[in-house]
Design a protein around this ligand. Structure first.
Ligand code: 6CS
Ligand code: FE
Length: 299
């Protein structure tokens, strides 16, 4: 029966584990060396070395405006039309995130399949791809709260059952992401090490972790080790740029006390061959709007 088979856990974390850094066991770039594709050799190399790549001004003009309009529509109406998918800020109640936008927004569904994004995902993962998770993060002005440091893969492995690191994210800023309004911060090279985290996964952890993640975050010693190895990089870029980042790169972002929101739409592309198995913790899988299991369709 699906979901009941025990799969071997290549990346144990939480539960009985003690915090430490371990080696990544999977490739970063799955495309054959020097195979032609949508990225230049220098871009592929930068992605492989750093675990992320920024391409400036990919969407501009009317296309960008349509994405920004859709963002605003969802911000105004989303809590009513899709309450389950809506995450509000813990203290202010402002909209923080809206999930599964690739299913319920035709504009964002089309964007997820846009070859400017999907071709890069297929190339780097060397497979057909589908959307494991999608969301809009609003990071509202004045009171937008931080996202503490984490590797996405740690959560997607432990709580969603993604077996291998064959997954990447694309974040498309829809407002200017400046040094001041809480841009994505990444630790270049951190994707080559897996940070084993301590702590039990609480029941329904997602209900809290999406407002404030407390489990599946690196210990202070492990984070310091990573930042001793390389300098933190802030992904400051224009709306319509794309930030491509590996599922295991250590990242986070500060709060936003400026008046200007830092809003992004975000798609997680997973290789078809890396579909989720049973979670690697003693919890049932998270709901479909956070992690696709039933709706697995190639983009
Ligand atoms: O839960 C998730 O899928 C994502 N959200 C957070 C706050 N951390 C892990 C992962 O990036
Ligand atoms: Fe993340």
């Amino acid at each position: 029966m699906p979901g009941t088979t025990k799969h071997s856990d290549l990346y144990p974390s939480r539960g009985q584990q003690t915090a430490c850094l371990t080696e990544r066991l999977d490739p970063v770039v799955y495309a054959a060396p020097s195979s032609p594709g949508p990225l230049s050799p220098a871009q592929v190399q930068a992605y492989e070395d750093n675990g992320f790549l920024i391409i400036e001004d990919v969407f501009t003009g009317d296309m960008l405006q349509a994405l920004q309009d859709e963002l605003e529509q969802l911000r105004i109406h989303g809590a009513q039309t899709h309450p389950q998918q809506t995450i509000t800020e813990l203290e202010s109640g402002d909209m923080r995130s809206m999930f599964q936008v690739h299913q319920h927004s035709p504009v964002f569904r089309q964007l997820a399949g846009n070859p400017k994004l999907a071709d890069i995902a297929r190339y780097l993962l060397d497979d057909q791809v589908y959307i494991h998770q999608s969301r809009v993060n609003y990071k509202p002005g004045f009171r937008g709260k931080e996202f503490y440091w984490h590797s996405d893969f740690e959560t997607w492995h432990v709580e969603d059952g993604l077996p291998r690191m064959r997954t990447l994210s694309m974040s498309i800023p829809l407002t200017r992401n400046s040094e001041n309004n809480g841009p994505l911060m990444l630790i270049p090279g951190s994707h080559r090490q897996y940070v084993v985290c301590e702590g039990e996964t609480p029941d329904n952890n997602y209900a809290r972790s999406l407002q404030k993640q407390e489990v599946g975050v690196p210990g202070d010693a492990q984070l310091s080790q990573l930042t001793d190895q390389s300098c933190i990089s802030a992904a400051c870029c224009n709306p319509g740029s794309i930030i491509i980042f590996d599922c295991n790169v250590m990242h986070g972002s500060n709060g936003n006390i400026t008046p200007d929101p830092r809003s992004n739409v975000f798609f997680v592309y997973n290789a078809m061959s890396n579909q989720p198995v049973a979670p690697f913790c003693n919890q049932p899988p998270r709901p479909e709007h956070l992690a696709s299991r039933l709706h697995i369709e190639a983009v």
